[in-house]
Ligand binder design. Structure first.
Ligand code: NDP
Length: 243
């Protein structure tokens, strides 16, 4: 049987890398991407290639439509199909709103939300011609409830959640499922700014008594990629009972 193909944006480290490695372990060809740290991306590619699958590493900002166009041209040429799109690339911004520059607002929105529009817009025609597809957006519990000092981040992820529900309705008749995972606190570089005290206080708030692992998000992404074509338009919280 032909191997399936998955694109994971922001896959040089953290949740994206764990997801790409998990897909490779399940026999998918994988396209990985990041915008800045090429060395990390190549390291991830090396790990994925050990699984006897193809891995394309693409350096570029998924917030930029022209860059995404190049990425999808490569996917069409190299693979001719795309079974799963995981919109994972994202950045956080922690700070008071009154201190936030308009350019920082734009950067957060473009990286976390416009990137999802860009990749979905380009993936959908490929999935339509195949008559099937799965889109999984990596979102945040802050997109559901809002976080103090993270208004832009919360707005971007709230946008991802609504986008997920809307696009799911648009694409359900075409057998393409769109879901989001609203992550709680996952132990990645994104949370390394906390000192030991802040981390302990956060853990005290989480009923599961710990941060989540990137591998746990990866596992849910893979489940959503293979199972149940009736499950669509959902924003599934994965947060250890936190929010
Ligand atoms: P990391 O910072 O560890 O990884 C982020 C990834 O995104 C990196 O590969 C980074 O690579 C890439 N990236 C950043 N900007 C761009 C861009 N413009 N274009 C392409 N790639 C980009 O974070 P996580 O793994 O923790 O986060 C992954 C996703 O999970 C994000 O969407 C985040 O919002 C979400 N999330 C994470 C939570 C957590 O607690 N960790 C909680 C809730 C949601 P590079 O910098 O080299 O470009």
């Amino acid at each position: 049987m032909k191997k399936k193909v998955a694109l994971v944006t922001g896959a040089s480290r953290g949740i994206g890398k764990a997801t790409a490695v998990k897909f490779a372990g399940e026999g998918y060809h994988v396209i990985i991407n990041c915008a800045h740290r090429q060395q990390e991306l190549l390291q991830a590619q090396e790990e994925i290639l050990r699984y006897n699958v193809t891995c394309t590493a693409f350096l570029g900002d998924v917030g930029d439509f022209d860059v995404c166009q190049e990425l999808f041209d490569r996917i069409r040429q190299q693979y001719g199909s795309l079974d799963v799109l995981v919109n994972n690339a994202g950045i956080s911004y922690v700070g008071l709103l009154q201190n936030m520059a308009p350019s920082d607002w734009e950067y957060v929105l473009r990286t976390n939300l416009t990137s999802v529009f860009n990749c979905c817009k380009l993936a959908v025609p490929i999935m339509l011609s195949a008559g099937k597809g799965k889109i999984i957006n990596i979102s945040s519990v802050w997109g559901n409830v809002g976080a103090s000092c993270e208004a832009a981040y919360s707005a971007s992820k709230g946008g991802v959640n609504s986008f997920t529900k809307a696009l799911a309705k648009e694409l359900a008749p075409s057998n393409i499922q769109v879901n989001a995972i609203a992550c709680g606190a996952i132990d990645t570089e994104m949370n390394r700014w906390m000192d030991d005290d802040e981390r302990s206080r956060l853990i005290e708030e989480i009923p599961a008594g710990r941060l989540g692992h990137a591998s746990e998000v990866a596992e849910l992404v893979c489940q959503l990629s293979t199972e149940n074509s009736y499950l669509t338009g959902q924003v599934i919280s994965l947060d250890g009972g936190w929010i």
